[in-house]
Design a protein around this ligand. Structure first.
Ligand SMILES: [Zn+2]
Length: 115
């Protein structure tokens, strides 16, 4: 299960970065080519976050569209589905510029109010 493994690494990275502080929101960038099912990832995240400092944290997924560069016609095109082809000339050797992202972009931590 693809999403479960991703959720595991997101949690591991976040826990380390948060260093015991309570996390309210985790921003994750997900490239189109990763073929992640957002609802499955959110579900896995919530499941694994139980009883950790991440419990109750919101997973904010940002979808990054896939963009490729075609050296044959020297055009950039958005890549929607596999196989990845240039939408102008149909060439298969497009260079991926964006869409392979998968990382924790930022965290929002709970304000620790000092009394
Ligand atoms: Zn082309």
């Amino acid at each position: 299960v693809h999403e479960l493994a991703i959720a595991e690494s997101v949690i591991a990275i976040t826990e380390k970065a948060a260093a015991g502080r309570h996390v309210t929101r985790v921003h994750v960038k997900v490239g189109h080519l990763r073929q992640v099912v957002p609802s499955a990832l959110t579900f896995s995240f919530e499941l694994l976050a139980k009883d950790t400092p991440l419990q109750g944290a919101e997973l904010a997924l940002e979808h990054v569209p896939a963009v490729g560069w075609c050296s044959r016609c020297e055009r950039q095109s958005e890549l929607e589905v596999f196989p990845l082809v240039c939408e102008s000339c149909g060439a298969l050797d497009v260079e991926i510029l964006r869409g392979e992202e998968l990382y924790v972009d930022s965290l929002e931590l709970e304000d620790v109010a000092t009394v």
